[in-house]
Design a protein around this ligand. Sequence first.
Ligand SMILES: [Mn+2]
Length: 424
Amino acid sequence: MFDPKKLKAFNEERISEHQRKYNFLAEGLTRKGFDLDRMIDQMRAFQIAIPSWALGTGGTRFGRFPQGGEPSSLQDKIKDVGILHALNQSSGAISLHIPWDIPKDYNAIKQLANGLNIKFDAVNSNTFQDQPEFHHSYKFGSLCHIDKGVRKEAIRHNKEVIDHGIQLGSKALTVWLADGSSFAGQHNFRGAFQRTLESLEEIYDHLPSDWKLLIEYKPYEPNFYSMVIPDWGTSHLMASQLGEQATTLVDLGHHLPNTNIEQIVAVLMHLNKLGGFHFNDSKYGDDDLTVGAVKPYQLFLIFCELVQGMQETSNPELSWMIDASHNLKDPMEDLLQSVESIKIAYARALLVDYNGLKVAQEQNDVAAAQSILQEAFRTDVRPLVNECIYSAGGALDPLGAYRHLDIRNQLIANRGQDSKSTGL
Ligand SMILES: [Mn+2]
């Protein structure tokens, strides 16, 4: 989609300014005792999956304003992730949403992804929408439904999603349930919980032994009185009953206002039960805004727990995915901004003096503990993030390069102004 020579020229114009900033940061960090090579390795290894539905313009229930040139096939979606990854060297995975993106030819899809250095992350099932080929309706729930026939169909769908994932090399199934009730009295809470757990048991039994089941939770929406899996406690309860391969997935937008998400992350990792992460940001509810756009300090504090958890617990490897989408920006630009925010938060979390923090905690030195965290948060790590991207072959400024290379207009020229992304 773009000429590598043009990217090289773009980088050459920026390299001396980058090196000046990077050398200044590196000198200071080295003096503090940080191992920059190790840090760069860790940051380069950190790849964040792009969901297959996020390449099209998102919308609200009031309307959608597409940008043109949207990917209308799974192939085009993978190519778009390939562009992102070529620019930022951090988006080397795609997370498929079934049935929106059912691969027709597994080998061709795998070949295309391999050529672009893209892996298949967790596969997502969908039991919140009726599908034309289904015999039942999910209007009143799926895995929790009072009618066994509906539950069976929802279970079968989840098993099929696992089967698609096996063909592509995925290693996890993400289940997010819209199941719940909108009016008091509509559900028997105990019955809905029990039926959901039993349905999940059947899905769990279908998992290959090297797979994870990621159970997502959400306090409200689309149901507004109760959700069957409203919080991390319920998700964890189910995951614990199911077995070792079942874990909890934290979506940043799926909490009531002001919930301490970093504490949830810490406790789940302590129990080796955090399976995955969906990144977005919000002001009020599940706003799905660009990661880091509203609460960058919260994101940093979450990453501090992730970094410590990855070092100090036996929590399994996590699945990372962007789960943001909205109406106003070019979705590709939005994704580049989200990934950049995640990398910045991760880099800052790597700069925390955790030994010093432990000492401060042991001495109940509250001011010192706060200062240690803020010292890292207030460090401008962008030269370090750019160095990781550049040294791996990406752009010194991925968003700037995307605009400079005029990629959206080329996508429009190739696919047309009216090309619509499927699944939205
Ligand atoms: Mn999510």
